[in-house]
Unconditional design. Structure first.
Length: 540
């Protein structure tokens, strides 16, 4: 009896429960960080007075529930907010799309008409069955004369024919209704497929409203389902021209929502998910640990890897195609520099689909004044690299990223830009130039090994040959090295340095060469290594 009582209360509670109010949120703006995004959405719905449950559909599939903020009018109090991507309700019917709602209403109407026709057909069929039975009974027990019998038969025939014709008409009507229903279901399926992609994420709100009416809600939260990375196009027509830099972003997102015509902001910062008010502490400056890229030394420029591409011509064509379009787009980008990050506010609405694919976003077209020189380390690489030196580069708000290189109308490859280096000048590698010939050859007759009493002496002699095959004068920074000793039993003596600038702490030899058109220069270096003859030096 007790169980029946509680079951009655439970059923009563369900029957009295208010139907949830469903609404679909639209994305208005997105601030994308390197590994997250802050989304701002909005929706409008009709709320009754009192307490209601509101289900906001089309939010990200996964989000940080602690970052959810709901903006509502003063007449509305948000009692609780809960996120789920597994909400199932018998009340949930998508009424946000007016086309789909119209088709569903038509389907309901047609289904009701089909039901009426089927009831009428059944009624007429039962009537015919009743007539047939009555005829059989009358035939067995009639005391009718011939005239009365003929009259009865005529009535039966007329009535049965009328009912049969009615059933035929109703069957035809039912067939047409079913054809219409089939078309509507097909139309509903097409409209559902064409409907803007919605996510499974939902926010369930308990709200209390003072006055019934239309309410606008703003939703803000952070999701980790989006990323962006800086990317650059570097183009120079010659060593006498500045570098045209296209500052770009590669944006991708997989939040479950297609961002349509959103205001996009890209930020180098991290989203603040801490609700604790900050406290200032004493600020002590410290040296940062330096990062080395490629072949570097205390006085050598930073080098970057250049990746050659077989599809160079297509890259250049694609670059030329988009340059004019991007140069106008970048006028709508505002760069805001804060103490710890940089943000790019883009005034042109963008579409970023939720498919994980990279979308290219143009940020700024920058003309970089550059000083060019060639750089070569023949011991490590037998080709010369063209370097572009950019001074006062901090004002351009550059971020670490990959770059395409287009030099003298040809796609050279890719390089990396690292503006976080500690030098005052940013060195951009513009790729290899095969018109600068470089050779490093061992001079055999000036090299060799001698054995003394308890020591072994090895002499190494190399000729460095450089030639400028270009039609103009070039400046070349040439580097080589000799080994250094960390053991008092190992001594190194430089026999010839080729008039280089010598850094005795690193063993780096540097030449700053000016090469005229078709000029060739040869430099000889030689050094001697002495160490105990019973020892072996593995890296000599």
């Amino acid at each position: 009896m007790k169980n029946l009582f509680f079951a009655f209360l439970f059923i009563s509670a369900i029957s009295l429960a208010q139907k949830p109010i469903f609404t679909t949120a639209k994305v208005k703006s997105a601030t994308v960080y390197f590994n997250a995004a802050e989304l701002t959405q909005s929706t409008s719905l009709s709320l009754p007075a009192g307490t209601s449950e509101v289900v906001i559909k089309n939010v990200a599939n996964y989000l940080n529930e602690n970052t959810v903020q709901i903006g509502a009018p003063s007449s509305v109090t948000v009692l609780s907010v809960q996120f789920t991507n597994n909400y199932i309700s018998e009340f949930e019917i998508d009424e946000s799309n007016p086309t789909i709602k119209k088709v569903r209403d038509s389907i309901t109407l047609i289904q009701k008409e089909i039901g009426k026709v089927q009831i009428e057909k059944s009624s007429n069929t039962k009537t015919i069955e009743l007539l047939d039975k009555n005829q059989l009974v009358a035939g067995q027990n009639s005391g009718l004369n011939v005239a009365e019998l003929i009259k009865m038969v005529d009535y039966y025939k007329a009535k049965r024919s009328e009912l049969s014709n009615t059933i035929t008409t109703l069957t035809e009507k039912e067939t047409k209704f079913n054809e219409t229903l089939k078309r509507l279901n097909s139309k509903l399926e097409i409209n559902t497929k064409n409907e803007e992609k919605n996510s499974t994420g939902k926010l369930i709100l308990q709200v209390m409203n003072e006055v019934a009416g239309t309410v606008n809600l703003d939703i803000n939260y952070i999701t980790n389902s989006a990323t962006w990375a800086p990317f650059y196009d570097l183009r120079a027509d010659s060593v006498k021209d500045p570098i045209n830099m296209m500052y770009k972003a590669q944006v991708s997102q997989n939040s479950g929502i297609d961002w349509k015509k959103v205001k996009l902001t890209l930020s180098s910062g991290n989203p603040n998910q801490n609700n604790q008010a900050p406290l200032l502490q004493a600020w002590f400056l410290r040296y940062a640990q330096e990062l080395n890229f490629g072949y570097t030394s205390a006085n050598a420029p930073v080098m970057y890897n250049v990746i050659q591409s077989k599809d160079g011509d297509s890259e250049v064509a694609e670059y030329d195609k988009k340059m004019e379009e991007r140069s106008s787009i970048t006028n709508y980008t505002n760069i805001n520099e804060n103490q710890l990050n940089v943000s790019f506010d883009i005034d042109i609405p963008y579409d970023i689909l939720s498919n994980g694919k990279v979308h290219s976003v143009a940020l700024k077209d920058i003309k970089l004044p550059a000083t060019y020189k060639y750089y070569a380390v023949p011991k490590a690489e037998k080709e010369a690299f063209l370097l572009a030196e950019i001074s006062d580069y901090s004002k351009y708000n550059l971020l670490p990223g990959e770059a395409n290189i287009i030099f003298e109308g040809m796609y050279v490859g890719k390089t990396n830009i690292n503006p976080n280096q500690t030098s005052d000048t940013l060195n951009l590698s513009m790729g290899k130039d095969k018109k600068i010939s470089i050779k490093r050859e061992k001079v055999v007759d000036k090299s060799g090994t001698k054995f003394l009493s308890s020591y072994k002496e090895q002499v190494f002699t190399y000729d460095l040959t450089v030639r400028n095959n270009k039609k103009e004068e070039v400046f070349l920074l040439l580097k080589d090295q000799y080994p250094l000793s960390t053991d008092k039993e190992i001594t190194i003596e430089v026999l010839e340095d080729g008039k280089a600038k010598v850094n005795s702490e690193t063993g780096i030899l540097t030449w700053e060469l000016k090469l005229a058109q078709n000029e060739t220069k040869k430099i000889r270096i030689s050094y001697k290594v002495k160490y105990p003859k019973d020892k072996v030096i593995g890296n000599l």
